[in-house]
Design a protein. Structure first.
Length: 244
């Protein structure tokens, strides 16, 4: 099998799901064929942790880097078909040609999931938009197929879609065979000081390691201080020449 989890869509929902599945040790592949809708955002102003807002494109780049650091692999291409089932594995066709196999599928590809048409996933059509029907944890009616973010009828906000992607990622982790308790980094002694083993998915770090990680985090976050040269993208239906 090429990957344990194939995430279709590299926006904030798909990347958030991948951060959690990859950190838990699941081989995670993110397949993406275009830019996140964040690139149409002139300024992201409602994401916690950024009191004055943040450049949405930079935010997306940093989120993608975080997914890569967690262990996600990336493939540029358009998923055109998914076949198979959870028991035997899913076959994913990319660009109508290349095929790969995956244990589970996360659809995070707003606003197209036609590649799932042959699997009988329940959908809801609302005018020109189609949503996948999911339960509280992002599961569709087809075992092994999940949906995250706007495609799963979540609110059209980056923070909501990021949180839903994380929920889906953790759902997959808990339903997989990996030994996992909780994704948590604690001070040294938090568990062992009480005579407990460090649970799977957790880590204890001492002050020296904490300071090393803090410096690495501050270095990575310095990227937010650098302006991007490219500009936000306009909606494809708008002719830039018509804008005053």
């Amino acid at each position: 099998m090429d990957c344990d989890v194939c995430i279709v869509g590299g926006g904030v929902a798909g990347l958030s799901a991948g951060i959690f599945t990859a950190r838990a040790g699941l081989d995670t592949l993110v397949v993406n064929d275009g830019e996140s809708i964040l690139y149409r955002n002139a300024h992201l102003e409602n994401f916690p942790g950024f009191p004055e807002g943040v450049d949405a494109r930079r935010f997306h780049q940093q989120t993608r880097a975080q997914a890569g650091n967690a262990g996600c692999e990336f493939l540029t291409g358009r998923v055109t078909d998914v076949a198979g089932d959870l028991e035997s594995g899913f076959t994913v066709t990319v660009d109508d040609d290349a095929e790969l196999t995956a244990g589970r599928i996360v659809a995070a590809s707003w606003s197209d999931a036609s590649y799932l048409d042959g699997l009988g996933v329940d959908t809801e059509d609302r005018g020109s938009k189609t949503f996948l029907e999911v339960d509280h944890a992002g599961r569709t009616n087809v075992e092994g197929i999940y949906a995250a973010g706007r495609l799963a009828d979540q609110y059209h906000q980056a923070i909501v879609c990021a949180g839903h992607g994380a929920t889906v990622g953790l759902t997959i982790v808990h339903e997989s065979d990996v030994n996992f308790y909780h994704d948590w980094v604690t001070p040294k002694g938090y568990f062992t000081g009480r005579g407990r083993d460090v649970p799977p998915g957790c880590a204890e770090i001492d002050d020296e390691e904490r300071l090393v990680r803090d410096e690495a985090a501050r270095e990575a976050n310095r990227a937010y201080a650098e302006p991007l040269e490219d500009e936000p993208r306009m909606h494809p239906s708008v002719d830039p020449d018509d804008i005053d």
